[in-house]
Design a protein around this ligand. Structure first.
Ligand code: IFM
Length: 470
C-alpha cells in the first residue's frame, strides 16, 4: 500500500468516526465526570474453563449439554476463554477508557458442595479485582448471574427455601474474602429471568415449566437477596449494595381501556413483581389475578428481609412489548410492523427506558440511586479488513444514552451506564450466534477486535476527561 492510499484509508475511517461520534448536548449529564461509564459481562457467558481448578457443574452446564436446549448445541465450556485471557481482557477494558467493570462471580467456582471455599477459584477473582484496582477501574461484582451450582438444583434449586440460605453463605464467604476490592455488590442479576424463564417456561436452566413455580422461585431468590444483603453489610461496610432487575416497557395496542389495562398488567408481571417486594415490602395483588392460585409461601419476617434498604438499584433495559387485552385477565403481544429491530428481533425503543425510569421515580418514594447495569444490542457483526463497523449499535447506544439523560433531566437519580457487553459471548439459549459485544470475538482463534462502537465510546470518555483537566 502506498503512503497516500494508507493516508486516505485512515482519513476515510476517521470520517466515519467523526460522523458517528458520541457528542451529547452540552448540558447533558453524560459530560459529568461522576456519571460512570462502564462495560458488563457475566461468568458463564465468558469464562469457559468449566471443569478447571475445582469448578463444579452449574445448571447451565447441564442445560446446555441437553440436546435441543441451546441453538446449535453451543455450551459455555470454552466461551471467550476469559478464565485464561482475563489479563488481556482487562487491558482492553482499560484501553477503551471504561471507568467501571461489572462482572459476575461463578458460585460453583468458589465453593465446594459442602460449602467449603475453593481457594483456586477465589484466587481468580482476587487477581481480577486487584488488577482492576491497579487500573483505577471501579469494580461492580454480581454474585448470581444464573450459574447455580447443579448440586443445589438437585435439591430443588430456587424452589427450595434452603437455597436462599446457601446463597447467604456464599455471599458471606465472598464478602470476607474480597472485602476492600469490590466497590459495589449486586446480589442477583435479573431474578425475573431466573424465576420465569428457568422455572416457568423452561427456556433457561434448569428448564422447568410449571405455572406454579415462578412465584415461589422468585420469593426464594428475593429472600436470598435480602439475607445476602445483611451479610454483605456486616462484612463489607464501605461497599455499595444493590440488586439488578430487568425491566420491560409494555405499550397498549390501542387506547381502549382493555388494552391500557393489558399494558399495565404486562408491566406488573415484568417490573412490579420484583420492584414492589423490594421497595414496598409486598407482592402486587394484580399479579395473582394474572396468575390465579400462584401466591408463594411467605413466612413471617420474609418481606421485611426482602425490603431492607438498598444503596442502589441496577436496571437492565433492552426493548418494549406492544400488547392488547386477551379478553380475560392477561395480555397478548402484538408485534408492531415496520419498526427497527435487532438481531434478537427486539424492537429498538429508547423512549421506553426514559419512560420506565420516570415511572419508577413517580411510583416509589424510596427509589434508590440507579445504575443502568445493562443496555445494548445484538447484531450479526463480522470483521472486514480488520474492522467491525457496527453502525446500528452506535445509533442504539447514542439514543439510549440520550434517553437516560432525558430521565435525569426529569429528576431521576441515574449515576452511571454499563454497556452490555464488553465481549461477544454465550447468549444463553441463543449460543454464540447473537453478538452483543462492543468487542468482537472470533471463537475459533479467540482474537478480540474492537468494534467501531467501542472506539467511539473510548473517544468520548477521553474527550470528557480532557475537558475536565484529565
Ligand atoms: O446476555 C444477557 C445477560 O446475561 C442478561 N441480560 C440480558 C442480556 C442479553 O440477552
Amino acid at each position: 500500500m502506498t503512503h497516500d492510499s494508507a493516508a486516505s484509508q485512515h482519513s476515510a475511517s476517521n470520517a466515519i468516526l467523526d460522523d458517528d461520534a458520541f457528542t451529547p448536548s452540552p448540558d447533558s449529564a453524560l459530560w459529568r465526570r461522576d456519571f460512570l461509564l462502564g462495560a458488563a459481562t457475566a461468568s458463564y457467558q465468558i469464562e469457559g474453563a468449566a471443569t478447571e481448578d475445582g469448578r463444579l457443574p452449574s445448571i447451565w452446564d447441564t442445560f446446555s449439554a441437553t440436546p435441543g436446549k441451546v441453538l446449535a448445541g453451543d455450551t459455555g465450556a470454552v466461551a471467550c476463554d476469559h478464565y485464561h485471557r482475563w489479563s488481556g481482557d482487562l487491558d482492553l477494558l482499560k484501553d477503551l477508557n471504561f471507568e467501571a467493570y461489572r462482572f459476575s462471580i461463578a458460585w460453583p467456582r468458589v465453593m465446594d458442595a459442602s460449602g467449603r471455599p475453593n481457594p483456586k477459584g477465589i484466587a481468580f477473582y482476587k487477581r481480577l479485582l486487584e488488577r482492576l484496582k491497579e487500573q483505577g477501574i471501579q469494580t461492580f461484582a454480581t454474585l448470581y448471574h444464573w450459574d447455580l451450582p447443579q448440586h443445589l438444583e438437585d435439591r430443588g434449586g430456587w424452589l427450595n427455601r434452603d437455597t436462599a440460605y446457601r446463597f447467604a453463605d456464599y455471599a458471606d464467604l465472598m464478602s470476607r474474602e474480597l472485602t476492600g476490592l469490590v466497590d459495589a455488590w449486586m446480589t442477583l442479576n435479573e431474578p425475573w429471568c431466573s424465576a420465569y424463564l428457568g422455572y416457568g417456561n423452561g427456556h433457561h436452566a434448569p428448564g422447568l415449566s410449571n405455572p406454579r413455580y415462578p412465584t415461589q422461585a422468585m420469593h426464594h431468590l428475593l429472600l436470598g437477596h435480602g439475607l445476602a444483603t445483611q451479610v454483605l453489610r456486616a462484612n463489607d461496610a464501605k461497599s455499595a449494595k444493590g440488586i439488578v432487575a430487568n425491566v420491560g416497557r409494555g405499550t397498549p395496542n390501542s387506547q381502549t381501556p382493555a388494552d391500557i389495562t393489558a399494558a399495565r398488567r404486562f408491566e406488573v408481571q415484568h417490573n412490579a413483581w420484583i420492584l414492589d417486594p423490594l421497595l414496598k415490602g409486598e407482592y402486587p395483588a394484580e399479579l395473582f389475578e394474572l396468575w390465579p392460585g400462584t401466591e408463594p409461601l411467605v413466612l413471617d419476617g420474609d418481606m421485611e428481609t426482602i425490603a431492607a434498604p438498598l444503596d442502589f438499584l441496577g436496571i437492565n433495559y433492552y426493548f418494549r412489548t406492544n400488547v392488547k387485552s386477551d379478553g380475560a385477565h392477561g395480555y397478548t403481544e402484538v408485534p408492531l410492523p415496520g419498526v427497527e429491530r435487532t438481531q434478537m428481533g427486539w424492537e429498538v425503543y429508547p423512549d421506553g427506558l426514559r419512560d420506565l425510569l420516570v415511572g419508577f421515580h413517580d411510583a416509589y418514594d424510596n427509589l434508590p440511586p440507579i445504575y443502568i447495569t445493562e443496555n445494548g444490542m445484538a447484531s450479526d457483526d463480522s470483521v472486514q479488513d480488520g474492522e467491525v463497523v457496527d453502525a446500528q449499535r452506535i445509533a442504539f447506544l447514542k439514543r439510549h444514552l440520550a434517553a437516560v439523560d432525558a430521565a435525569i433531566k426529569k429528576g431521576v437519580d441515574v449515576r452511571g451506564y454499563f454497556v452490555w457487553s464488553l465481549l461477544d459471548n454465550f447468549e444463553w439459549a441463543f449460543g454464540y450466534e447473537r453478538r452483543f459485544g462492543v468487542v468482537h470475538v472470533d471463537y475459533d482463534t479467540q482474537k478480540r477486535t474492537k468494534k467501531r462502537s467501542a472506539e467511539l465510546i473510548a473517544r468520548f470518555i477521553a474527550e470528557r476527561n480532557a475537558r475536565d483537566g484529565g
